[in-house]
Design a protein around this ligand. Structure first.
Ligand SMILES: [Zn+2]
Length: 312
């Protein structure tokens, strides 16, 4: 949680901040346009304090000005989502339909209950308005198209309307759904699931860019799957593009390669939700496969073959 102390010289105190964002630059797409970039960004507690300290220095006037910059003219409520914008958005816009359907997909896929905790989505009409808000409210943050922010009491998504708003919202809202029901989700799994969910429904979570990147690395013998390594990544550290691709690949393997891996993931998430901690997924996979990495490589090869067949 955070609290603003007495006016002017008050301190903003965070117990915990979680931040995730989509890059402004385009990612590598399936046509082979190579623009490698990090997909996300997280703030550790110190960085967050530094960002918010710049607000605190401005005192109440600055806070009031910043609040005014948030979209607030229109609000649409769809189940957990509370969507704020300064432009009218139909309550049954197909993007909102998809986002609410995704909540049920996650429940079905992962065996998780639904939460009624609101996820506030702030939609900016243009990149310029979004950037102006970011410059004033989050001056220390790098440029991003969208981001997810969690404190102990709120779940918020900030995004700009544009060509990639659907992909961004599918990704960031997935974080919101997950964080509202599962505590202490490991970074790799949080991002892997968000990546899996950022493609439109019906695509079975297939992210072409990640598949191509990993197949290329396999061809050049520059990458081997290593889930224990992903599990050790510090939550305060940025993941690389390759980390995102591998996190997606493990999630895709767990959800799409058969009932057994999916059951392993569901069991893990159930324990994490119940106890706040759980034995790592890698340890569970080793009980079933001597070399889980080989099983993942076989899954990626099968995906590539399937993709080639569809493309012919
Ligand atoms: Zn993310």
């Amino acid at each position: 949680m955070w609290a603003l102390g007495p006016c002017r010289f008050g301190l903003l105190v965070f117990d915990r901040v979680w931040y995730d964002a989509a890059e402004v630059r385009p990612l590598r797409d399936k046509d082979g346009v190579m623009v490698p970039s990090q997909r996300g960004f997280r703030l550790d507690r110190l960085k967050a304090l530094a960002c918010w300290a710049s607000l605190a220095c401005g005192g109440c006037a600055m806070s009031a000005a910043s609040n005014a910059a948030l979209p607030a003219q229109h609000t649409v409520i769809r189940e957990q989502l509370v969507v704020h914008s300064d432009f009218p958005l139909p309550a049954h816009h197909r993007l909102l339909e998809e986002l609410t359907a995704r909540r049920r997909d996650l429940q079905h896929l992962l065996g998780l209950p639904m939460s009624d905790e609101p996820i506030h989505v702030y939609l900016f009409e243009s990149p310029m308005q979004f950037e102006e808000f970011m410059r004033r409210d989050h001056p220390g943050f790098p440029r991003r198209r969208a981001f997810f922010l969690e404190t102990d009491t709120t779940l918020q998504v900030y995004a700009q309307w544009g060509d990639r708003v659907a992909e961004d919202l599918r990704h960031e809202v997935t974080h919101g759904y997950l964080h509202s029901v599962v505590p202490n989700l490991p970074l790799w799994l949080d991002e892997g699931l968000a990546e899996y969910c950022e493609v439109p429904r019906g695509h079975r979570g297939l992210v072409w860019a990640h598949l191509e990147l990993l197949l290329e690395r396999i061809r050049h013998a520059t990458w081997r799957p290593d889930l224990p390594r992903l599990e050790r990544i510090d939550p305060g550290r940025d993941m690389t593009q390759e980390d995102y691709a591998e996190a997606w690949a493990w999630v895709h393997f767990l959800l799409e390669s058969g009932p057994e891996p999916r059951a392993i993931l569901r069991e893990y998430l159930g324990e994490l939700r119940r106890d706040g901690t759980a034995r790592p997924v890698s340890a569970r996979l080793r009980e079933r496969w001597e070399q889980p990495g080989e099983a993942l490589l076989a899954h990626l090869e099968a995906l590539a073959t399937e993709a080639r067949t569809v493309g012919e």
